[in-house]
Design a protein. Structure first.
Length: 419
């Protein structure tokens, strides 16, 4: 993994304690300048409670990374310089685990217990000193005191971390284990609007979507990968608050997972019986027209935390463009990486999933699997043929004062109406 040097420099205040002492977690108040960047959003969307929760999750994931490096017996291998691939070979791990192992090592680079250096296109790591003893129980208590709903993220982080050794050795599949009976229940709690650290993605996306289509007399909406329906619920709720529900002529909500789709259909149909909701399965990696999505049928194609796992990102973006009317909009909400290859706490839950890592990469728009930067999304939208591309809020401006701001929505318009 490569890391933006500017980001590394900004982490100088993360840890300055001796290796035997865990630095005390204190969630400082958010920078007052954030209010300028977020003034267009309801105060409840970017609350102080959300800010402190994200700070806690970042620190919690660092302590989990320290714990995992020990549980994986990787600490003793770092007496000499090793890349993540070399570590995987030395420890007889599955080759595909190197992405997750690289993330663990980058988290420890932030603690200054591990140092990194460029080694061609790869990164090599060396242990400078033993890291502190993780304080997961204490940090969990702090997280729950900030917001009891943080249990959803903390539980899923713990569950995913517990699977790492078995996934590394090839004894278990990340997809099979994380989406087994126990995992499904944790995901349902995580992908819920009560969980502020996730729900913020839904709100940012819904607000941008409403802004882009509010003047249209009728709306035909296609949503991709709706999961259990938390993003759909927020979109309908926000459209209702804006007085836009009567304009919805058709709202096709798609989700390939039958369990999630039926759950979302049951809940949303009960809450909004007068909205023209339809339900279907759609695989974004296959041609959409053979799955019932006719070209030019929709004014808005909408997705929250979906397209970053498209196997071929440009293919899926092109399919979305084809599904739009001549002046239609694609609006997606995504977890955004502030700086290139900056480690982020949500990745711990996703990066042992084959669906997250086994994607086609591209040096310009997708150099690594997983989450993209705002600039990479802009490039991807442009290459796919969209115009008037925008990322909201301005995460590139925000990261200068707050490098843990991970939420954004991206939009682009079908340009064919110009022709």
């Amino acid at each position: 993994m490569k890391v933006d040097l500017k980001f590394v420099a900004m982490q100088a205040d993360v840890v300055n304690a001796a290796s035997s002492d865990a630095p005390i977690f204190i969630a400082q108040p958010s920078d007052p300048r954030l209010a300028h960047w977020l003034k267009g959003y309801p105060p409840s969307v970017f609350s102080e409670r959300l800010y402190q929760s994200i700070e806690l999750m970042e620190r919690y994931s660092i302590d989990l990374a320290i714990d995992l490096l020990r549980r994986l017996d990787a600490m003793d291998q770092l007496g000499k310089w090793q890349s993540a691939n070399e570590l995987c070979q030395a420890l007889s791990f599955q080759p595909g685990f190197s992405f997750a192992l690289g993330w663990i090592l980058e988290r420890l680079v932030e603690t200054r217990c591990v140092e990194a250096r460029a080694n061609g296109d790869a990164r090599s790591y060396h242990l400078r000193r033993a890291p502190w003893q993780p304080e997961l129980d204490r940090l969990r208590a702090v997280g729950l005191s900030i917001d009891p709903a943080n249990a959803a993220s903390l539980d899923l982080l713990d569950y995913a971390a517990g699977l790492y050794p078995a996934v590394a050795s090839g004894e278990q599949s990340g997809d099979h284990s994380l989406f087994g009976p126990q995992g499904i229940l944790l995901w349902l709690k995580y992908f819920h609007n009560d969980n502020l650290t996730y729900a913020v993605n839904n709100w940012v996306s819904a607000i941008l979507a409403a802004d882009r289509v509010s003047t249209r007399p009728r709306l035909r909406i296609l949503e991709l990968g709706a999961g259990a329906g938390s993003a759909s619920e927020t979109l309908v709720r926000w459209f209702d608050e804006r007085g836009l529900l009567p304009q919805i002529e058709r709202y096709l909500i798609t989700e390939p997972n039958v369990f999630f789709r039926r759950r979302a259909q049951r809940d949303l149909a009960k809450q909004y019986p007068d909205v023209a909701l339809e339900w279907a399965a759609l695989d974004v990696n296959l041609p959409w027209d053979i799955q019932g999505v006719a070209p030019g049928d929709f004014d808005l194609v909408y997705a929250v935390n979906v397209l970053h796992v498209s196997k071929n990102l440009l293919f899926s973006l092109n399919q979305a463009l084809s599904a739009l009317t001549a002046d239609g909009w694609l609006v997606i909400g995504e977890c955004l990486r502030p700086y290139v290859n900056q480690p982020m706490y949500p990745e711990l839950m996703f990066q042992i999933l084959e669906s997250f890592t086994e994607v086609q990469t591209d040096p310009e728009i997708r150099p690594n699997p997983g989450f993209l930067t705002a600039d990479q999304w802009r490039s991807a939208f442009t290459r796919a043929g969209f115009e008037r591309t925008e990322v909201a809020p301005d995460v590139n401006g925000i990261r200068e004062i707050y490098p843990h701001f991970f939420t954004g929505a991206i939009c682009g318009q079908n340009p064919s109406y110009h022709k």
